[in-house]
Structures are given as C-alpha cells and as structure tokens.
Design a protein around this ligand. Sequence first.
Ligand code: ANZ
Ligand code: ZN
Length: 815
Amino acid sequence: MNYDFKKIEQKWQEKWRKNPYFNTKDRSNDKKFYCLDMFPYPSASGLHVGHWKGYVFSDIYARMKFLQGYNVLHPMGWDAFGLPAENAAIKLGLHPKENTEKNVANIKRQINQIGSIYDWSREVDTTDPKYYKWTQWIFLQMYKAGLAYMSDAPINWCPSCMTGLANEEVVAGNCDRCGTATTKKSVRQWVLKITEYAEKLLNGLDGLDWPERVKLMQKNWIGKSSGATVFFDIADKTNLKLEVFTTRPDTLFGATFIALAYDHPLVDSLTDAKQKTLVSSFVEEMKNKPASQDRFAEDTEKKGVFLGSYAISPINNEKLPIYLASYILSGYGTGAIMAVPAHDSRDFEFAKKYDIEIREVVKSTSEISNLYDENGNLIFAMEEDGSLINSAEFNGLDAKTEGAKKIIQFLESKKLGNAKTCYKLRDWIFSRQRYWGEPIPIVHCSKCGVVPVDEKDLPIVLPEVENYAPTGTGESPLANIESWVNTKCPKCGGAAKRETNTMPQWAGSCWYFLRYPNPNLNDKAFAPEDMKYWMPVDLYVGGIEHAVLHLLYSRFYIKVLHDLGYLSFDEPFKKLFNQGMVCCLSSKSGKVEKMSKSKGNVVNPDDMIEEVGVDALRLYMLFIGPPDMDVEWQTNSLKGTKNFLNRLWKFIFTEGSIVDVAPVESKKRFHLFLKDFQERLDSFRVNTAVSAMMEYLNDLVDNNLKFDKELLEKFLSAISVVVPHFSSELFETLLNKELEIASWPTYDPALVVCNEVEVVIQVNGKFRGNVKVIKGSSQAIVEKDVQPIVEKWLEGKTVVKVIYVQDKIINFVVR
Ligand code: ANZ
Ligand code: ZN
C-alpha cells in the first residue's frame, strides 16, 4: 500500500471544509487558547514558503491545544487597507477594491492548502465598512479623550508615495514602503498623542513574555532619558532665556558652547547682524536635508555656524558662544544643548572642527589608555563615569550619580534648572493623503470648527472615486469628490466639509484581534464578555519587522481603550513569537537573501505541494531550522521529509508492525519518544521535535518495535499536529476512528525513568557540560541536543570531527 499523498490530502481537506470540527465555540466553560497570526495584507504575488513558516508553526500550537481540550480561537483575516495594497493596484491599473478581492481569493486558497485549523467563520477584513465603522468609532473615542489633534508642523513626506509618514515608517531617512528618500513638508495632519503613553508603554514591557530583542527595540524607540533642563541667560539680551536639555548635568562646568537646531524659535533673535548671511544660508541647507531622526548616525559630518551671540553659564558666568549645529534635532528635548566636548563625542568632533575649547571636568577612575596625544590633548571624548574635576565645590564627587544629583539640586535651588525626563517617542502622524484607507470621521465647519461625526452616522463610507491616484498636493484624492466632501455640520446643521485625509494602514490592525471573537457584532466593536473570556492573546506569531510599528501601535490602542473603560486588560499579547525569515539564493544577486518577489528568489508553495504534498512541506517548514532563526530554503532537502513520510507509512503497513499487545520494550520506546516530542514542542523547538519523530522511526525499524492499537492511536494523535492529513488517513484506516475524537496523549512517567543517561560534553577534550539524553540515543540526536551548550565554543571554528561514545561522551574536535 503506497502513500498516495495527493488523494489523501485532497480528501481530508474537503472533509474539513465541509465539517470544520475544530471551529471555535463561542464562550464556553472550557479553558481558552487564543492563537493568533499577524494577518497578511493581500498582495498580488500571493504566499511564498516564507509565509508558510509562521502559519505552520502557529497551527502546531492551535492543534495541540485543541487536542488538549481547550476552546481554541485560531482566526485569519485581511489587513487590506493601506499603501502596499493601493500602490500595487495603481501599478496594475485596477481599483484597489477589485484588486484586493482578487488577491484575497488567491491567498485564501493558498492558506487553506496548509491544512491549518483556521476558523473561517470569524474572518475579518479591515476594508469592510462593517469593520471599519469601528475603526472610525475608536478614533472618535480618542478624539473625545483629547488624544487626537490636528497639527501643521512639518512632517516626514514621501515624494513617491505622496503622503505624510509616521516616524516609525521612516527608516534611515527613507520611506519604509518604497525606499525613496523622505523630505519634510508642512501639511495639515491628524496626530495621535502616543507620547502621553510613553511611560505606560515602557513599563508594560516588563510583564510580557516576548523576545528580549523586541522589548529592547521598543524600549529604545520610546527612548527615556533622565537628566535636567538648564536655563541660560543671553549676554546683552536680558529679555531672552535659552533652555537646554542634558542627560549629563554633572558636566555643566565643562560646557564650552551652546548648539541649537536650525529651526529653533530663537535663531533670529540670537543672530548678530554680521552673521546673518552665513546663518540664513546654513538654515536653507538644513531645510533641504532629508529628514533623519537618527542622532546616532555618527557617520554624518557635523556642521555648524556661529550666531554671533553668547549665553551665560549659570554656574560660573562664563560666556559660551552659540552655534547652530547639524546634529541637533528640533523635535527632541528643547532643540538646544549645552555642549561638552570633553565628554560627548559629537560635541568633541564639532569643537575640533571650529576650534572651540575642550575642558575636562570628569576624571576617569579606570585607566583609559590612549586618551591623550603627545601634547597632552584629548584624542577623543571621555564618556565614562569618573569623579568631577574643574568643578569648584563639586570636585571629587562621583560624576554621574552624586555629582549630577548635587548640581541639579544647586540649579533647582537657584531656579536655574529642573530635573527632567525626555522621551524620544514622537506623537503618531495618523493621516495619509491617500485614497485607500478609512475616512477620518471629522467634519470641518466654518462656524463650529472641527466637529466629530455623530457615532450613529458611522461608518463614513469610503466613496467611489474615478481617480484615486495620489495628488501630491498634500490633499487626498477624496478632496475632489465634491458631493462627498460637502456635508452638513453635525452640530449647527450648516454647510460644512468632510475631512478628506484617510487613516494609515495601521489603524485597522491595531485592534483586529478584538474583533475575531465576534466579527459580526452590529452594535459594538466588541462585547465585554468576549473580551473577558478571550483576551489577551495567548500566542501571537509574526515577523520581527513589526517590532516598533504594529506591535507598539496596538499596545497603545489597547492601553487607551483600557483607560477609557472599554477593556479590563491593558496588554494585548501575552506571548509573542517571531518566526525567522526564509532566505533563498537569489539568481539576481547571487546571494542568499530574504525571500521576496523583487529579489526573484521566491519559492511558491503551490509547486512544492504538487511535488511532495502538504504534510511533507509542513514537516520541512518545521525541520528547516530553529523557528525563530533565519533559515535557508533548499528544495532538495524537501525530498527528505517526503521520504520520511513514505518510510513511516510503509513501516506501519508492514505485516507484524501492529500486534495485539505491544511488548514492554516497545511501549517504553514509544513513551520516550512522546516525552521528547512534547518537551521540545513545549519549548518551541519544533525542529528538534521533528527530529524526534525521525529518530523514533529509525528506532522502530532498527529494533523491530511494535505498535498495538493503543500506542498507535497515541502516536497518530501526537504527530497529527505536524502531519494532520497523514494522521487522519491512518486513524480512519487502521483505527476506524476520526481524528476529531482524538485527545493529546501524555507519556507514562513510569515508563521513561531510568532510561535517561547523562552524557559528558567536551570541546577539544575540555569539559563543557552535561546533557541528559535518552539511553541509546544516536549521535545525530545528541549533537542537536547539545547545540545550545556548545554553540559559544564552536563559534567561528570549524568542527573537524565529532567523537561520540554512546551514552557516555560527545567530544567536538575543532580548529
Ligand atoms: C551635555 C552633555 C554632556 C550631554 C555629555 C551628553 C554628554 P539621550 O541620551 O539620547 O537622551 N541632546 C539633547 N537634546 C538634543 C537634541 N535635540 N539633538 C541632539 N542632541 C541633543 O541624549 C541626551 C544628550 O544629547 C543631552 O545631554 C545633550 O547633550 C544631547 F558629556 O548635554 B548632553
Ligand atoms: Zn457648524
């Protein structure tokens, strides 16, 4: 009997479509498990095997929890508004709606092929008016709470996408969507006060079971700095005062100049007549520079110009020249700094260039070599902690701790400054001058000003428009549809105009997970009882690229809805898992790169399924490497997992493999496998769980082990999370049952004891640790098991040989 994967997989997929036995029960008394994938945006190219990696991974846990008796919510939907979808449609000359529908159909077909237990009855589409009615409703709640406001401040602008962008969407000065260098543009825009939540967003990170690097990225993005603001008088201008923000108040005696951002409000009043021409040409130059918010871009040359005026140091009354400097950001702190060249490398570089005094005020307590040249001049800024010198009565204090504290106290007592905390996080530019998004539910009335749309008039439906291409004028294409724009003021009933900006693509994805429990709810965005039962999400699977975008924005939304009394929890995702990317050799560049259509290295799952089947592909996606790491796709290795399934099938159908009562040794071996398999799944090492399956098959064959019906049922139930079609078929054929009734098997601890041995790990003969493995484990298994332990010893080395003495020792010989 051959394993006819095509027939079998088709058969089961049809059955599951007709009878989705795994669909979610509404609230029940069962424990719940909310297993969520980041929903895709329906791009034209469809899924590639890179997308499969995350979806197969999450399906393992959805299926496992289902077999464990949990009420599982494992939904899927479409993040279909926004720039990517719209740009794609424009390119094809299609209406975004039409194009989106087409793409959704194709991707849905592809997702269905995975054989995952998605509950399609809860599908969500962010472009459905029944959905975005509530996206608009949330905006109104924010507006009413004072968290949404209009601003005319210059924002990041992408000249190619012809829209404003949030800071999070600008990467190294370029548009995150199309790579074009961004500029600054003053357009009227809507902004959300995410900064009001900086502290809450920061503190909330502590309690999350998220990868450390994502938490760190958010922490850095929020960028909390503690220090002080210091006020400086201006020489000969008694009416002016300059405020700077510093994280190093302890270095106040070392300040030798002041630097301002080019657009600081005091530039004009501080510019001396003699310097006017120089200053205005510098300002012009800075205006035209691309908008980089990255103060740490150390490579850029520091430039500046002297304004011709001086500030007075509040601590020693010295006159400090005031400069404009290219490295000062207008949006951070006060846009002005006291510069301490001896202890800040940016100031150091600037001082060297413009020949400004460099005065040391902190003596390092540890010896730093090469700090001075032969003439005793500093070669670089000493940013380390140390004790204060050249600082009058503060000398000798530990600079960053006591010194800072005492100097802040001094400033506060004389009203010359205050302790202060700054955040790098900026408010969130929330409007886009584009067509394909949720209309912002606001009306502008000449009499009443800005008026929110009545909640009962939601949704404000995105109108049909003939020309949806961006205008580039700072107005959205909606502005041209007079019949839509002209409306009545909800307040006074007079003639008024609709807001024509639309929301950014993130608006719909900030809260979609609240909608899945009941996507058809008509009178509310979500029901409190549902929220209480389902939220927070138990496992959230998606790519690292959303670390400071979607994942930060959603946390903000949830915290706002919590504070407004709509939710009882304030963090949406308890556990986050970032699946690594699938990379592949690109024929264009000759390099192994992230799989993407533009690089021409995409592997289409449709083709792979044709060749090896769904289960073999699932198996391979899990086996390809640690799930959180980037891995390289190799079509050849796919045959390996196909062969494995064939061999397993053959073994099971071999005369004598299934007996009435399995011998004790066979039972033991099975329970050992089960323990291993489950522990590895529990710790998210899915690749090694698959190797446990492979090892077990070798064991079955080599040692002539047997199944009885009980063992077989347990075995098939366990591996059904990985190869559901394969398992279902055997369940039916051999056990006369449906997988539907299966439950998650547990190993018998009595059968697995005394079967573990401790193996000594060595690298070049040196003891590096121990590892517990199952007695009789093969070299391949032990090698995999010890990887995390030996990793650091093997890094950058070549393994020449691995010497393995079964159950005793494994020694890596490296060069
Ligand atoms: C004096 C000083 C002495 C500073 C020293 C640093 C070292 P973070 O940690 O990133 O918050 N700064 C303040 N506002 C700035 C702006 N708008 N653009 C560029 N730089 C700015 O950095 C805060 C420090 O960066 C501040 O402390 C200030 O320089 C500078 F030995 O003040 B410091
Ligand atoms: Zn009005």
